[in-house]
Structures are given as structure tokens and as C-alpha cells.
Design a protein around this ligand. Structure first.
Ligand SMILES: [Zn+2]
Length: 440
């Protein structure tokens, strides 16, 4: 079965940055078959897009889906205060609330044009089970690709860590569960990552053994790093070095690793990331919301570091909209480095091709023959793009927008701005019921 999307401004995000202002995309068997702007080929089915912008589906490289249950808390807190306020609340999550949260977060992201979602889940209250399976179930129902992770915390307060002792796990349990969950992986729709939480909530031993496990199983590896000045002070006091030096000493920095935030990096740190192939999930809104600072994205890109975008959890970025994050990345880069610090196309590249590179997914992130047909269609005939001389710049600079159509592996999961396989209102109702339990 083939599908032709035609009459669109096609942004391929290939190596040359090719765009086809009067373009088309041909999809066959879930893959991009061809892209162009001459006479379109024949297809079993054709959709005429009336000048819409077509981009690769966006790729989210950092999230905590369960946090949709606890939005708008600890509103003026820095990271550590915010975490300490929320840990006891998060201790109440279970399979059903995580499922409700995942459906909500994934639906929001899909409606913002996102086709692949990485989720960093590291809260496993004692006695709970099936939390990662609940996320995967939600993703399958909506049709979104998920990179789920078995996160972890094993450094409790009494050992000098930040989380309460009641929320940390035993190292052996974490590793055994991670290995079990690796069995959930299937054909590009479900990928599993290994993701101990952070230097201030995980022991060095678990960090090292997580990396060894990931490498033995061929899984990608992720953690939070260098988010705030308080984290740097914590690492200097406890480990006698910066967060990046600490992770380096544990044998982490490598091409199968990406770290969230990386706001506070020295020039040496940036070089080390470049030399080792370590990637970065840039989460500009969350960093602004918590007053953490602005990551040096221009320096990282100039150094050749892989960079993708993340909305981060909904308790530190109440809007799960990845196109908005593309715009935020552009704005904060310019706030830090001036108007030429990041172009519209570079920002959009971070949210598509960059994210795919961070997740080590060469099959995603661009519209080129052979890639999986994950495609976002954005209308250009609404009020916000009226008068936009360049529809791609108009789209990014006036974000956020609800995506008009979203295809995953060639199948529409959003049509006319509505979820195809789920009912948005029902998801919101179920979430309200579950979130009630977390009200202070
Ligand atoms: Zn995070």
C-alpha cells in the first residue's frame, strides 16, 4: 500500500538540508520511498495538502511522563528544593496513575508533532509493579514510538543522597529489572534504555554497573547531568570534581550515552563530550522554569556534539509540546549568543535529526528514501502564519501549533488535529480522576 502526500513545502532534514517548496513525499510499506518536487509519482492513495509544511516527526529525548500528575507545584523552587518537595508526592504513583499520565503526556506530544518519545522513569515505590509496561501499553495504543527506560535511585538521604531512603532501591534489584525489561524491545516501536537518575541520587557503583549492563545488552545509556550550580557544588563536595569529570571517571562518556540538561559545562567538558561522542538532551523550558540557566548549545554544536531536544517532565515544564521546545531552543540560544546563534532550520534540526542521532536511531529523523515514514504535517493557512514570507520560519517562530496530521511508520495517528486511535477527552477525564490522589 503506497501513500502520496503532495502539494506541500517538504523539509527533508537530509544532510544537505534539502527543501521542496512544491514538494511531495511517497510512502510505501511504512518507509519513505521517495521525496521530490517534479511531477509526483502514482500511488494507491493520495492526500493533497494545500501548501502545508511537512517535516520529519519530532523526536523527544528527555521526559518524565508520570509528572503530568504533579504539575504547577513548588513554583519558585530551585531543582533540589523542587525535588525534595515532590519526592514524597511521587511516592504515591502506581500502575494505573502512570498509565493515565503516560497517555496524557504522549497524546500532548503527538499533537505537537512528536512521533518518538524517550521517557526517563526512575521512581519505583516499593510494592509497585508494571510501571514501564503501563507506559509501553499507552504508547502502543496511541501509536507513538517509545524509548522507555529503567531508571533508578539507590543513594538515599542517610547515605548523602537527595531522595528519601524510602524511595531508593537495591542495586541488584535495579539491574535484574532492567535486564528483564530489555525483553520488551520490538521492531523499532519499543526501545529500552538504561537510565540511572543522577549523580546525587545514584551510587557510583550502580552508575558503573548500569553502564556495563547497557553495553552487554546493547542498550543506550542516559542520565541527568550538570543541570544546576547546586549540583556542581554537591559533586565537588562529595566526589571532589565536576559532574562531567565524575561521570568520566566512571567510564560513562561514550557514543552510546546522552545526558539531559548539561547547562553548566566548561570548555573542557564540551571538548570531552565531542571527543567521546557523548550526546546531550537540551531542555530549554525546564531549565528556565527552574532557573537553572541556559545550556551552551552553540558551543556544543560547533564542537560536533550530538544534541536533541526534550520537553523534560511536566512538573518542570507544564507544556509537553516539542515544537514549542524548538522555538525555545532558538530563543535561549539567541539570548545567550546573539541573533545569529541559532537559525530556524538549525533549531528544527535539533528537534528531528538531532534527536534521532541522540537516541542512536539512524532510521528516524529525516525524510529520505529508506527511513521510517514518521511525518508531521503543519497547516499554514491559520491566523498565526498569515503573512509569513517563509513558512518554515513562520511555523517555528509562531509556535506552538497543533499538528494537522501525524504519521508513524506511514499510519496516521493524528488527523485534522485529532488523535485517530484514542479519545482526547476520555484521556483527560481519566487523568483528572487519577491526578486527584496527588493533590496536596
Ligand atoms: Zn529530567
Amino acid at each position: 500500500m503506497s501513500l502520496l502526500l503532495t502539494g506541500a513545502h517538504v523539509v527533508t532534514m537530509d544532510d544537505a538540508g534539502a527543501e521542496y517548496p512544491e514538494g511531495w513525499v511517497l510512502v510505501a510499506d511504512g518507509r519513505v520511498e521517495a521525496v521530490g518536487d517534479s511531477t509526483p509519482p502514482a500511488a494507491d492513495r493520495q492526500v493533497t495538502l494545500d501548501g502545508a509544511v511537512v517535516t520529519p516527526g519530532l523526536v523527544n529525548t528527555h521526559h518524565h511522563l508520570y509528572q503530568t500528575l504533579t504539575r504547577a507545584r513548588a513554583q519558585e523552587a530551585d531543582l533540589f528544593t523542587w525535588l525534595k518537595t515532590l519526592y514524597p508526592v511521587w511516592a504515591g504513583i502506581d500502575e494505573e496513575s502512570v498509565y493515565a499520565a503516560a497517555r496524557t503526556g504522549l497524546a500532548e506530544l503527538a499533537l505537537s508533532g512528536c512521533t518518538t518519545v524517550f521517557d526517563h522513569h526512575y521512581v519505583f515505590p516499593r510494592g509497585t509493579s508494571g510501571l514501564i509496561e503501563a507506559e509501553v501499553r499507552a504508547a502502543r495504543e496511541l501509536g507513538v514510538r517509545i524509548v522507555a527506560s529503567r531508571g533508578s535511585m539507590d543513594l538515599g538521604e542517610s547515605d548523602g543522597g537527595l531522595p528519601p531512603d524510602s524511595l531508593v532501591e537495591r542495586l541488584d534489584d535495579v539491574l535484574a529489572e532492567t535486564e528483564r525489561l530489555a525483553g520488551l524491545q520490538d521492531d523499532g516501536f519499543v526501545q529500552i534504555a538504561v537510565a540511572p537518575c543522577s549523580p546525587f541520587s545514584v551510587t557510583g557503583k550502580l552508575m558503573e554497573e548500569s553502564a556495563q549492563l547497557a553495553r552487554r545488552l546493547g542498550l543506550v545509556l542516559h542520565t541527568h547531568l550538570a543541570e544546576t550550580v547546586e549540583e556542581e557544588a554537591y559533586c565537588r563536595e562529595l566526589y571532589g570534581c565536576t559532574p562531567v569529570e565524575y561521570l568520566d571517571s566512571l567510564g560513562w562518556l561514550d557514543g552510546d550515552v546522552w545526558c539531559a540538561h548539561c547547562v553548566h559545562l566548561s570548555e573542557r567538558d564540551v571538548r570531552r563530550f565531542a571527543d567521546t561522542g557523548t550526546g546531550v538532551a537540551h531542555c530549554p523550558t525546564s531549565n528556565l522554569r527552574l532557573g537553572a540557566g541556559v545550556a551552551p548549545i552553540r558551543d556544543l554544536r560547533d564542537g560536533g556534539v550530538r544534541v536533541g531536544l526534550g520537553v523534560d517532565g511536566s512538573a518542570s515544564n507544564e507544556r509537553g509540546d516539542l515544537l514549542l521546545e524548538v522555538k525555545q531552543a532558538l530563543l535561549v540560544a539567541r539570548g545567550r549568543g546573539g541573533p545569529a546563534a541559532l537559525t530556524v532550520r538549525d533549531a528544527l534540526r535539533l528537534g528531528t535529526r538531532g534527536g534521532a542521532a541522540v537516541l542512536r536511531r539512524t532510521d528516524l529523523g529525516s525524510l529520505e528514501p529508506g527511513k521510517r515514514a514518521d511525518i508531521a504535517v503543519w497547516r499554514t493557512d491559520g491566523l498565526a502564519l498569515a503573512g509569513a514570507a517563509d513558512p518554515v520560519a513562520g511555523l517555528v517562530l509562531s509556535a506552538p501549533h497543533r499538528v494537522d496530521r501525524l504519521y508513524v511508520e506511514g499510519e496516521a495517528i493524528v488527523r485534522d488535529g485529532r488523535l485517530v486511535r484514542a479519545d482526547e477527552e476520555e484521556i483527560a477525564r481519566h487523568h483528572r480522576d487519577q491526578a486527584r490522589r496527588f493533590v496536596p
